[in-house]
Each structure stands twice: as structure tokens, then as C-alpha cells.
Design a protein around this ligand. Structure first.
Ligand code: KIV
Length: 276
């Protein structure tokens, strides 16, 4: 469907402080991935709060088995394309594998994704000491950071697959502690992926910053999905935590609008999308 920018209802631009205000007001945040300008325009049309150019593009766009082959150049290319399709939706871009190896590389990546490509913030996986340094360094340069904990896909080989994290008390406690440290380092947002519902609730309640869940239960401050999963076009089995919003609807626009409505009302995720 062609999206004429003139027909997109005007909204106030979504900002990082605005997302904090949404958490304070108990208004759920809707985040969705996008990798190109046409899909970005669909997100804009549906009034999605945050577009994420995820390194999941390595899997759903490039056809790899993991996110690890994605490079900074790929991220810059896709972020620029998405930025052209957005106006009010906030744009976050992923730091790809190894772009976080030390502070100089992180700052270079942040400069390219924000300065060159048009992102408003960057997302970084983990809470290891060098990641905390990276979060602090980016924050000191006024680049907002979205942290990412739980099932962090760049650690797929360490986890032995895309496995739910935090099922044991010890790992659950570690994830709660990591969430505190990324917030203390300066992170403005947290994506929490692939953890039991009770842990999603615990982390969300323990932080001041908004927590956006994916497979982390209904108690998070918002939800994010990979757009190919929620349109039912990811090859193979759909992840349990996702839902095909295109099924029974006649357009991508209707599917994205239904996703946004269900996140805002709390109807998504339902118990069948959660881990206990
Ligand atoms: O890369 C990505 O799309 C992500 C989301 C799944 C949160 O990190």
C-alpha cells in the first residue's frame, strides 16, 4: 500500500523523555522492528512509538542463522532507509556484533548510526564491564542507549541456542542485578528478551527506565516484535512469544494497527505467548 505522507495524521514526535513519561503514566510503549523505508512508513501510519532497526535483519532480511554476520555498514544502510520513512516515530538502531568491543569502536558506531544514519538512540546487548563503559561513554556524548538483557541473540553460541534465560533463581537474580547496573551506567531504556513472566515483572518493577519486553510477559512497560514474525512471513516455526497479526486481516497496515492496539490495551501478549 502506498503511504502518502500527507495522509499520515500529525503527531507529536516521540522522544526519549517522552518514553520515560509514558512509563510514569502507565501508558504501554509500542515498539516494532523495521528495516526499510516502506515498512517504516507503515509504522508511522499506525502510530507506533518506536521503530527498531534490529540486527535481526541478519536473519529475516539476509537469511543468516544468527545476527552475528551483520556489520556496522549494514546497520547504517538500513537505518538510513528506515529514517526516510519516519517522522514522529522514534528510531533506535542496534549496535551489531563486535561494534561494542571497546569504547572507541562504540563511539564510532554511535556517531555513524546517529549522526550519519538518523537514529535517535542505539541498542547494545549485555552488561559486561566493557558494555557498562560503552553505555556510560555514549550517554556522556548525549547518545541515548537502549540496553538489551535476557536472551541476547549475539550470545547465541554461549547460550547453546536461542534459549529462554532466567529460569533458575541464580540467573534470574543475575539478570535483575544486570538491569540495575545498565540503568546506573546511564541506559535510558531496556529491552528484555526471552525470560519468564515473573522475571519480566520483577525487572520492570525494579527499574525507573522503561522496560520493553519480547517474550518477557505482559507486565513490561511496552512490547517489541520482529515485524516479519508478527506478519507471519518468517520462514519456519513462528516463535512462541510472537503472534501472526496478519492472519484474518487484509493488509499490513491493519496488522500493525492491531498489534499497536493489543499492546496498548494489554491484550498482547496473552498467556500462550509467555514463559513460566
Ligand atoms: O534485533 C532485533 O530485532 C532485536 C529485537 C528482537 C528486540 O533485538
Amino acid at each position: 500500500m502506498y503511504v502518502d505522507p500527507a495522509n499520515v495524521p500529525a503527531r507529536k514526535p516521540v522522544t526519549v523523555p517522552g518514553l520515560h513519561a509514558m512509563k510514569a503514566a502507565g501508558r504501554r510503549i509500542v515498539m516494532l522492528t523495521a528495516y526499510d523505508s516502506s515498512f517504516a512508513a507503515q509504522l508511522e501510519l499506525a502510530g507506533i512509538d518506536v521503530a527498531l532497526v534490529g540486527d535481526s535483519l541478519g536473519m529475516v532480511v539476509q537469511g543468516h542463522k544468527s545476527t552475528l554476520p551483520v556489520t556496522l555498514d549494514h546497520m547504517v544502510y538500513h537505518t538510513r532507509a528506515v529514517a526516510r520513512g519516519l517522522s514522529a516515530t522514534l528510531l533506535i538502531a542496534d549496535l551489531p556484533f563486535m561494534a561494542d568491543r571497546d569504547v572507541p569502536h562504540v563511539l564510532e558506531a554511535g556517531a555513524r548510526l546517529v549522526g550519519e544514519a538518523g537514529a535517535a538512540a542505539v541498542k547494545i546487548e549485555g552488561a559486561a564491564p566493557h558494555i557498562l563503559d560503552a553505555i556510560a561513554a555514549l550517554t556522556a556524548r548525549a547518545i541515548p542507549v537502549c540496553a538489551h538483557l535476557g536472551l541476547t541473540p549475539q550470545s547465541v553460541h554461549k547460550f547453546g541456542g536461542f534459549r529462554i534465560q532466567g529460569r533458575e533463581q541464580e540467573t534470574a537474580d543475575r539478570i535483575v542485578a544486570e538491569a540495575q547496573t545498565v540503568q546506573a551506567a546511564g541506559a535510558d531504556l531496556l529491552v528484555l528478551e526471552g525470560v519468564p513472566t515473573a522475571l519480566g515483572e520483577r525487572v520492570t518493577k525494579s527499574l525507573q527506565i522503561p522496560v520493553i519486553g519480547i517474550g518477557a510477559g505482559p507486565h513490561c512497560d511496552g512490547q517489541v516484535l520482529v515485524i516479519h514474525d508478527m506478519l507471519g512471513i518468517t520462514p519456519g516455526k513462528r516463535p512462541k512469544f510472537s503472534k501472526d497479526f496478519l492472519a484474518g486481516r487484509d493488509s499490513v497496515a491493519a496488522a500493525i494497527a492491531a498489534y499497536a492496539a493489543d499492546v496498548r490495551s494489554g491484550a498482547f501478549p496473552a498467556p500462550e505467548h509467555c514463559f513460566n
